[in-house]
Design a protein around this ligand. Structure first.
Ligand code: SF4
Length: 163
């Protein structure tokens, strides 16, 4: 899927947020901020999503869900952590059940700090995500990795181990 020229779809998942950041994400989709003018569409289906936008921290109950959502997304994909909770665990960091930010579980590409993150900052993160997604789609090495056979992957892992 090299040189992708299409509108990326976005999946929003609320980890364990207080809903403050989620309200701001929703505001981004209203006509006031209108994030869709940048060509993105909000979807509820991870298998159709290119950008994973996560709010709230990772806890023991949602960790596997987040991992599964990420794994179901096709490559190339970009992850955006919105709000300090998704970036680091935020104000809930010391809670008994909080593991930390989204990057404790999946690779995060873009961090949007704030409590709550402002719509302008979220849109900035989305615009950066679109550019990065396009860059990944245009990168031959990254594209090749998408089509590596199981044998090639195993061979590569074995080589890494023997280094
Ligand atoms: S960053 Fe602030 S507003 Fe956003 S989920 Fe955490 S506590 Fe709520």
């Amino acid at each position: 899927m090299g040189n992708v020229k299409r509108s990326p779809w976005l999946l929003h998942y609320d980890g364990s947020s207080c809903n403050g950041c989620d309200i701001e994400v929703l505001a981004c989709l209203t006509p006031v901020y209108d994030a869709e003018r940048f060509g993105i569409i909000n979807t509820g289906d991870p298998m159709q999503a290119d950008i994973f936008l996560i709010t709230g921290g990772i806890n023991k109950a949602n960790q596997e869900v987040v991992r599964q959502l990420y794994n179901q997304m096709p490559r190339p994909k970009v992850v955006v952590a919105v709000g300090v909770c998704a970036c680091t665990g935020g104000v809930f960091k010391e809670c008994y059940n909080i593991i930390g930010g989204a990057d404790t579980t999946i690779p995060v590409d873009i961090y949007v700090p704030g409590c709550a993150a402002r719509p302008q900052a979220i849109i900035d993160g989305i615009v950066k995500a679109i550019a990065l997604w396009q860059e990944k789609a245009n990168n031959p090495e990254y594209v090749h990795a998408m089509y590596e056979s199981q044998e090639e992957k195993e061979e590569k892992a074995e080589k890494e181990e023997n280094k």
